[in-house]
Design a protein around this ligand. Structure first.
Ligand code: OXD
Ligand code: MN
Length: 606
């Protein structure tokens, strides 16, 4: 057992060890030596490969079980006492019933395995906005990944011993290892036996059966979003699925911090690490996935990135699309489900050069003829293959990224993939209008992609899979946070962006580094500068306000007019979809949002 100075922690670990019956219990110290030792053990046991030390020092390669490649939304549960408190967008089960099921799963689930105890901090150690947790797990892959993604080990334990506080996070891959048997390459439970369970009222997380990052690195989606969103509701702060970046006007050295929420796989990591294409601007990264925001004593909303690493999608990360992400993975990185080249390095579709002959694909097959591979049907790297890389290795990391007080937020952006209707950028009139914008975020899905109905999948605030309570109450919380501002002039300005608008099937905006042109406009708007035009949905930039000088992809005044257009007929159709979306929330829909929708309808003559 473990013997820390915190009796509650010792007793909690003992209770779980008695249920799970591991061969031994190890308290993780979070050292570099521990990381390398555990990863090398994975290599020795056939669970991982060490990458070429000269090309990618101290980095490791894992292939998951084909059933365990992504988050499992249909196996994710919010177990509040009342179903209504989980709301219409979450799977719910009664907490007592769920605990009953899970205890029977957990019974003896770590036989033949080691139970690792991982004390961790989400956010800078001891920071004003940070929180502490302890994860128990039987996966060395999880320990290694938590070392990259959080501040973990001794440093966090000392704080837990001092404060006595931690969020309990329970994980098992759900596959005991019988004596004398060789371990599976990626132990996990079958798909219907995976459980990702949050108890929001108890601030507890229990998961079983999956080793995949979003399901097993419990500091990330389970704690920093689902549980933290509930804590934030109780305590008056915000836990959001947002990147954080710093924008600097180099001539004057003025800076502004921007948070941005986009649904998964809409380019958050790329925007967070963007290299501007217009002179005079610099972007630095604070975080690429999660932002926790609280008012400071002067009424300024400040944000931290609770994570310490990037758990990024590998495919289509290249020198061209995101050099900073690629450079972040230069060493000390764990790769999962990418290709493994014959010289012991990694490869994925869209990395920017051809796949070497003899590369091993994510399923373990040798790629004898790379040219014959269909990159969509049979990719070498799984489409959700990942890198877990330390944030401090990012060349664009902001020196303030570990400021324990957080960074002051000037603007909040919402966005999604919308081939039609939504302009490149529009600006909210005030905070509640911004909340309305967040509440209607959505992305286009194609029917084939994920087995959903084609059309717009609403993903309010990009929090659909991550809100730990009733989404209608979450909208109300956002309204309340705005109302609680001591000084409304200090509230961040809110914008809606859409990099993905198309005309005749062709993107109207180049995206990537050229998004700096839109960020420059946002920067000026935060200072009350720049000319705007009022439309039914908010303010759009007047002609010529977005700098398109030097663009050679066909962007011109005419295409800018198209990408910024607000077409009333499109918005009448959109309103019908918003009505459908809002209907789900019943009496939990805040009246302020209903009024916004009614006012939009009136402006459209509906
Ligand atoms: C992620 C996600 O992995 O949003 O960040 O799915
Ligand atoms: Mn995410």
């Amino acid at each position: 057992m473990i013997n820390t100075k915190n009796a509650k922690l010792n007793a909690w670990v003992k209770m779980w060890a008695d249920i799970m019956q591991p061969e031994k219990v190890v308290l993780c110290d979070g050292s570099d030596a521990e990381f390398t030792r555990l990863m090398d053990e994975c290599v020795a046991n056939g669970l991982a490969k060490k990458l070429n030390e000269k090309k990618r020092p101290n980095s490791y390669y894992f292939q998951s079980d084909p059933s365990d490649v992504a988050r499992v939304e249909n196996r994710t549960f919010i177990c509040s006492k009342k179903k209504e408190d989980a709301g219409p967008t979450n799977n719910w089960m009664d907490p007592v019933e769920m605990k009953h099921i899970m205890i029977s799963k957990y019974n003896g689930c770590m036989k033949g395995r080691t139970m690792y105890v991982i004390p961790f901090s989400m956010g800078p150690l001891g920071g004003a906005i940070s929180q502490l947790g302890v994860e128990i797990t039987d996966s060395a892959y999880v320990v290694g990944s938590m070392k990259i993604m959080t501040r973990m080990g001794k440093c966090a334990l000392e704080l837990i011993e001092k404060t006595g506080n931690f969020i309990p996070c329970v994980h098992s891959v759900g596959k005991p290892l019988p004596a004398g048997l060789k371990d599976a390459k990626w132990p996990c439970a079958p798909i219907d036996d995976k459980y990702i369970v949050q108890f929001p009222e108890e601030h507890e997380i229990w998961t079983f059966g999956s080793g995949y990052g979003g399901n097993a690195l419990l500091g990330k989606k389970c704690f920093a979003l689902r549980i933290a969103s509930k804590m934030a509701q109780e305590e008056g702060w915000l836990a959001e699925h947002m990147l954080i970046l710093k924008l600097t006007k180099t001539a004057t050295k003025e800076t502004k911090y921007v948070c941005a929420a986009f649904p998964s796989a809409c380019g958050k990591t790329n925007l967070a690490m963007l290299i501007p294409t217009i002179p005079g601007w610099e972007v630095k990264t604070v975080g690429d996935d999660i932002s926790w925001m609280k008012y400071d004593k002067n009424g300024q909303l400040r944000a931290i990135n609770p994570e310490a690493g990037f758990f990024g999608v590998a495919p289509y990360t290249s020198e061209k699309t995101n050099k900073n992400a690629l450079d972040s993975c230069c060493a000390n990185t764990i790769f999962t489900n990418v290709g493994l080249t014959p010289d012991g390095d990694v490869w994925w579709e869209g990395i920017g050069y051809d796949c070497p002959v003899g590369t091993i694909d994510w399923k373990g097959n040798v790629v004898a003829d790379p040219a014959s591979r269909d990159k969509d049907e049979n990719p070498v790297a799984h489409k959700n293959s990942r890198f877990a890389a330390p944030a401090e290795q990012c060349p664009a990391i902001d020196p303030e990224w570990e400021n324990p007080e957080g960074v002051p937020v000037s603007a909040i952006l919402f966005g999604g993939r919308r081939p039609s209707t939504v302009p490149l950028i529009h600006e909210a009139d005030d905070w509640n209008h911004g909340v309305f914008m967040g509440s209607i975020v959505g992305s286009e899905v194609t029917a084939a992609a994920i087995g959903l109905k084609a059309g717009v999948r609403r993903d309010p605030f990009a929090m659909l899979p991550f809100c730990g309570y009733n989404m209608g109450d979450y909208f109300q919380h956002w309204i309340n946070v705005g109302a609680a501002a001591k000084d409304k002039t200090k509230l961040p300005k809110i914008f809606f962006v859409n990099w993905f608008r198309k005309d005749n099937g062709k993107f109207l905006w180049p995206g990537y580094g050229d998004n700096s042109r839109v960020l420059a406009y946002i920067f000026d708007r935060c200072d009350g500068k720049g000319e705007t035009v009022d439309t039914v949905i908010g303010k759009v930039p007047a002609a010529g306000q977005i700098n398109i000088a030097g663009l050679t992809d066909g962007t011109n005044e005419e295409s800018m007019e198209k990408v910024l257009a607000v077409n009333p007929e499109d918005w009448k159709a959109e309103v019908a979809l918003i009505e459908e979306h809002y209907a789900k929330f019943g009496k939990h829909l805040p009246k302020e949002l209903r009024e916004r929708l009614d006012s939009l309808k009136k402006k459209l003559g509906m």
